[in-house]
Design a protein around this ligand. Sequence first.
Ligand SMILES: *Cc1c(COP(=O)(O)O)cnc(C)c1O
Length: 385
Amino acid sequence: MIPYGRQDIIQADIDAVVEVLQSDFLTQGPMVPRFEEAVSAKVGAKHALAVNSATSALHIACMALGLEQGDWLWTTPVTFVASANCGLYCGARIDFVDIDPRTYNLCPLALEEKLIAAERAGILPKVLVAVHLSGQSCDMQAIYALSQRYGFKIIEDASHAIGGKYQGEYIGNCRFSDITIFSFHPVKIITTAEGGMALTNSDQLAKKMNLHRSHGITRDQSLMTHPSDGPWYYQQVELGYNYRMTELQAALGMSQLTRLDRFVARRHELAKRYDELLTDLPVTTPWQHPDSYSGLHLYVIRLQLEMINQTHRQVFEALHAAGLGVNLHYIPVHTQPYYQRMGFNAGDFPEAERYYAEAISIPLFHSMTDVQQEEVIQILDKVLS
Ligand SMILES: *Cc1c(COP(=O)(O)O)cnc(C)c1O
């Protein structure tokens, strides 16, 4: 089986983790801050906070932005459920903005329309989660301009996009957002097993996220209500969680980070080859905006079903049976039972649903060989013709 994605672990990664295992600190030592500094320097953000998952990063980001009961969070329906669930954790309500049929990202025109209607109804969102699907940046300049006009905060869910660029700069620098989050799950571009990170240029948001990832406890005198009782002293000033990343994970992340650019470059080589080799098949290959240098976490094809004598499901099953670990990213969140119970219905976001009816993620990972890629093409060719 050729998987749709997989991690790359080399001896240097293993050595880095073993070294930490033999050191004094398994958690709350020097590796996590080192990893944070390395990522923030790499992408050009002032602060980076490592946590145990991107889901946790989304949660502390929402909390730091003050999202709470009575507020609204908007995001795209074509994402992993975590991009929306983070709002529910804070007691906020969720709504979705339909996708652009070319990039499959949240559509800025649909966003503007929805904002105009929401302003009239007096229910503007407090937070927008912009998801860079497959690693291609959303149209952040347009989204940022709307945030200035309508007063919402922006979280970039860049779980797919570390190592990618927007307008020539690394995604994660928060030029057009308040906070950007990365995921280091093994299927993503670099991994720490489980893990995530929140980046920001705001000192205040960084301070808040730092509190929220560790019980709301601080040793920072400037955050305390009265002078310290002594060297042992700390205060709990907020209700936080234990979302900390371990030293082992940070060591693995540091080691992986040194190969990030190579990983993404190889993904581009493979994607370019797919673009060329798939031209004669009845599929739509991923369109890339000229402002985007994608992280290319995924390579999503859309079936031109009118030209194929099989259903989407039949094609998917035939590819699987032939040894391709294909996948589908994503089932539109508003069609999940949990969200349907909040009142969403099939038909609410037609572009997202059309995408879901045609999309298949085919194998793409940077250690994929040319031979493996040819095998993928041959199988696609056989199944689709
Ligand atoms: C993977 C993913 C997440 C969650 O990441 P974890 O690190 O597994 O919590 C959130 N959003 C998107 C778009 C993802 O792909």
